[in-house]
Design a protein around this ligand. Structure first.
Ligand code: DC
Length: 235
């Protein structure tokens, strides 16, 4: 037996702005696992596409050019004092990938099968050796169907839009309105659920969490309990 034998994979899926990243990050910190934000990877590819004029004026994607460029897109994560930063070809893009410009273009990028295949392969490689907390839309269904702990987080669109709008305000964005954020959340929910490739879907063996009425501390405690249970079940 070696020390990795008892490490598990934790898959946390859910709608945008459901608070899953906050709790996933905190759990990873508490239990000493690596945290991977799979949404950040789709956002980084989107930023690359925007910067290389592959998102057309009507919002559609120049799929051929983007697919041809996939080999040139390297995404990684760098642990920093304020949390993990996303690197796009070695450049820290953590702030840029969270802007509404990227949020508004990410859905049509995330539906491209070749983009998904490339990112899923990279996500699975991050999980080699287990000991990982990953959040996204298809982690429990497609990326790690064998994850020992799967959580499906949900909350109404208005609650999630309000959270994302507050986050933007805290980051100094005073121009984006709540209505714009809500519109973006609703439209992304729709695309996430109805796309052909790996739609957002609750894994049959996932544990549901509606966190509307929970504080962040309560969510963290709840998740830690689920982790301890999953670990006990594995022993
Ligand atoms: O979680 P997020 O809002 O940062 O995700 C950004 C986008 O990426 C969102 O539109 C859905 C997509 N995504 C996905 O399709 N599959 C994942 N595993 C993670 C995110």
């Amino acid at each position: 037996m070696n020390c990795t034998d008892n490490k598990i994979i934790i898959a946390i899926d859910g709608f945008s702005s459901s608070g899953k990243s906050t709790m996933a990050k905190e759990l990873a910190k508490r239990i000493g696992y690596r945290y991977i934000d799979s949404g950040a990877m789709y956002r980084a590819v989107t930023l690359y596409a925007l910067e290389h004029d592959m998102i057309l004026a009507d919002g559609s994607v120049d799929v051929e050019s983007l697919v041809a460029a996939l080999g040139d897109i390297n995404i990684d994560f760098l642990p920093c004092a304020d949390g993990q930063h996303t690197l796009l070809n070695g450049r820290d893009v953590e702030k840029e990938i969270r802007t509404l410009r990227v949020s508004s273009s990410v859905s049509p990028v995330a539906v491209i099968p070749a983009v998904r295949h490339a990112l899923v392969a990279k996500q699975q490689a991050f999980g080699d050796g287990r000991g990982i907390v990953m959040d996204g839309r298809d982690i429990g269904t497609t990326v790690f169907p064998d994850a020992e702990l799967k959580i499906y987080v949900n909350a109404p669109a208005e609650t999630r839009a309000h959270r994302r709008w507050l986050e933007l305000q805290e980051k100094g964005d005073t121009t984006t309105t709540y209505e714009q954020v809500l519109e973006n959340v609703v439209s992304r929910d729709h695309i996430d659920m109805t796309r052909e490739e790996s739609p957002l879907r609750r894994a049959d063996d996932a544990i549901d969490l509606d966190n509307t009425e929970m504080t962040i501390d309560e969510q963290n405690e709840w998740l830690l309990n689920q982790f301890n249970r999953a670990l006990t079940g594995k022993k």
